[in-house]
Design a protein around this ligand. Structure first.
Ligand code: DON
Length: 319
């Protein structure tokens, strides 16, 4: 009983109730057709705009999935907190935050403006400039091994092997001129070393890892469970590092809508331009939605709608 009432938000909530609620939300928002599939990377534009899946994993390992559970997509920016956690583990907080700050920006995820400010340091690890700096730290700490270490870390969250979607990886590398510009600016200001190609390769690899909605919910549930993957029982990351990740997901995970997200949903979250959003209910569960049509900020429209509704219905806000 104790476990039931802490793991699931509502005292009488069981798996059947949760499934019914998620099915009702899927039904309610299936007709929502606002937004556009990301088009700035050709491979992303090929996603099925109608795909729609919701998943949740309790810290006790219970799994609920509705909709297109078989849909596969790429991790994109949802890899950023995971790479940040790995950097904390390998280099320590101090070394990481000498290079990257912990402040939210009011700018878009791929903004370049803050690099031109007085202190040439990316605001936080959740935006592209910060994530590229994290990739550089990982690369510089272990040249030639960073990709393997990152994949191992992601695999520990998912509890299964993971591979990159090669066409997306090629597409990201071939068209990522903005990220290239960011990396060059970072190098110009001495934030990262000269190995720009290797850094962009690593960053693009983490964005291109292929996942499903359940995988996102497993990542979120592991973070909800202080770093213990609920199905494998493995401690993926130390609780103190998980706390750092969640703090930054809370304040910076939704980019220039992080404030509104904190106000309306009240949970640490991370979105990606493939159309996934994962949200963490600490001590209780991980939630994930996949639907590729995005709003102007790069967040899944249905994903936002479902998580807002669910947070209200199940009273999930931390406050
Ligand atoms: O850096 C990029 O352009 C992408 N591959 C990842 C960006 C992303 O997912 C932003 N999120 N909303």
């Amino acid at each position: 009983r104790q476990q039931l009432s802490t793991a699931w938000s509502h005292p009488r909530m069981n798996t059947d109730d949760a499934t019914a609620d998620l099915q009702a939300l899927h039904q309610r928002y299936r007709g929502l057709r606002e937004g556009r599939v990301a088009g700035y990377i050709p491979e992303l534009a090929k996603a099925d705009p109608e795909a729609f899946a919701i998943a949740m994993v309790g810290v006790d390992g219970r799994v609920v999935q509705v909709g297109d559970s078989e849909a596969r997509f790429t991790l994109q920016s949802m890899s950023k907190p995971l790479a940040y956690g790995l950097a904390l583990q390998q280099l320590g907080r101090e070394a990481v935050h000498r290079k990257v700050g912990v402040e939210p920006t009011g700018e878009a995820f791929n903004s370049i403006v803050e690099l031109e400010e007085e202190v040439h340091r990316p605001y936080n690890p959740m935006i592209n400039s910060g994530a590229i700096t994290i990739a550089a730290l990982l690369h510089e700490a272990a040249p030639g091994q960073a990709a393997t270490r990152l994949m191992h870390m992601v695999q520990a969250y998912l509890g299964r092997p993971v591979t990159a979607d090669e066409p997306t990886l090629r597409s990201e590398l071939a068209t990522g001129h903005r990220n290239r510009a960011i990396a060059h600016l970072l190098h110009h200001y001495g934030v990262i070393g000269p190995d720009i190609q290797a850094v962009l390769q690593l960053y693009s690899l983490q964005c291109s890892l292929q996942v499903g909605t359940l995988d996102l919910a497993l990542v979120a549930a592991t973070l909800a469970h202080r770093g213990v993957q609920p199905l494998t029982g493995r401690q993926v990351l130390a609780p103190a590092l998980v706390r750092d990740m969640l703090s930054l997901m809370f304040t910076c995970g939704m980019y220039d809508t992080a404030g509104e997200w904190a106000y309306t949903v009240g949970l640490p979250a991370k979105s990606g331009v493939s159309g996934g959003i994962l949200a963490v209910v600490p001590g209780r569960m991980g939630l994930a939605v996949y639907s590729p049509r995005l709003d102007a900020h790069g967040h899944s429209v249905r994903g936002m709608a479902v998580l807002k509704a669910l947070a209200a219905q199940w009273r999930l806000s931390l406050f």
